[in-house]
Design a protein around this ligand. Sequence first.
Ligand code: KG4
Length: 340
Amino acid sequence: MSDIILGIESSCDDTSAAVIRDGWLLSNVIASQDVHKAYGGVVPELASRAHELNIVPVVSEALSRAGVAPGDITAVAFTRGPGLLGSLLVGTSFAKALGLSLGVPIVMVNHLQGHLLADFIRQEGVPVREPAFPYLCLLVSGGNSQIVRVDSPLSYTILGQTIDDAVGEAFDKCSKMMGLGYPGGPVIDRLAAKGDPLRFKFAKPHIPGLDYSFSGVKTSLLYFVRDQLALDPDFMEKNKEDICASFQKTLIDILLDKLIKAARQTGIKDITIGGGVSANSGLRSRIEAEGRKRGWRTFLPEFKFTTDNAAMIAIAGYYHYLAGERAPLDTAPVSRMSDF
Ligand code: KG4
């Protein structure tokens, strides 16, 4: 008998549903919400309304692409948090209603655990290559910047994390400040590829241990741009590629300094990355380069698994299901990691 898990993800501004059979991905459908672009960031109320509109068609499409009927589903896995409460409420309520109507169990998943386990999503036609436990995951998104030691699918320890902004927030806020639009990461990534990463220097934090800080580098860029614009109003337009390349390099240096330290301290050499910022081309090539230099085995998720997606929720849900975990029907979503 196969285990067929329907995964549902609605933690922020992507509505996604995926179907996994015994760990193999059958479908992964994502509806992104363009409505937020005009506001330079995600508007929570608009996000939950868009999830309400999207959830039924997205789940239907995922089932139909997988060739799976609702009656074939073994369990429904859903993101319980962390994320935007209104957004999470849509996915959580839908999962509960579907589980109840089908008479199948529901399984709750921590969104971040989905990112940690994305390398275990198996796909037809793609060679299986998975990290060995324990491994380190650099989890970098719009809401998190962490180094996590993953000891088994369901047990992990956060070794270090940001004490202020997440690295994705630094990309987004600085892009907004430079008038480059939202989300900032992809724009800065694209411009950085054409610029000189060594042209400008930005302040790096001095935080003990394995924790991160990204608010200082953001302020450093803010003052730098303000001072330069006072001297030449066209400074930004003339230099945006070099500014982006130098700023991105600073962020990557900060991320890698602590990751290298964590690998040295733990002796762990299997390194994965996850979260929206793991799509960054500069970060990906730098991790691979460091890996070659330091004898790491590096695992970079496919681009479609870097941002929010239900495939990772389904795979994490699969492990929870195998461990016998079931969520009660009065499970409420939680917005913060510490509430798990
Ligand atoms: O994991 P994610 O999709 O969701 C949240 O954390 O909510 O991450 C979104 C973040 C945004 O800050 C976005 O700017 C960043 O991921 N991002 C990138 C790139 N693509 C997305 N940052 C740097 N380079 C990219 N190519």
